[in-house]
Design a protein around this ligand. Sequence first.
Ligand code: FES
Length: 177
Amino acid sequence: MDHNKQHETSHKPIKRNEMTRRQFLSYTLGGATAFMAGGAIIPMLRFAVDPLLQKKAETAFVKAIEEKDVTKEPKSIDFKVHQVDGWYESDPKLQAFVAKDDSGKIFALSPVCKHLGCTISWSGDEAPNLYHCPCHGARYTKDGKNLKVAPKPLDEYQVKVENGWVYLGPLESNTRV
Ligand code: FES
């Protein structure tokens, strides 16, 4: 081999598969940045969606009135329920008409008129022994059956009686008529 040829061969750049310093730095910096960004963003995401992922707690029954105070005559009572809706918690005041039927079973009706949502009243000169609505004159029986104007019976609260107290649960469609 002549001298020139030998010289060329010895200075040919060596091809290596190793990572260059530049690549190493960009991978390391990229990884560290992604790690730090994840550390900041994941808690924020979790905070944002957490209430949506939580299992909705069973709607609790609320202690409403002593069993001994319930008669066959519907009685208007106010009670509060604790509501959690996503990020928003509230304790709205609700109203119910609680009464006993002829067999002594306690039931509770919603006072919200099924026509356009006004609040109904029980009995009086205008409609003796009926629920009546002051807005457009709807009438309902003691069981909540719609007699005129309103298209549907009054909604009914789920009721539980325990240790001398009446507890009210969620509203449902009237089961009595
Ligand atoms: S809202 Fe009750 S009759 Fe119209």
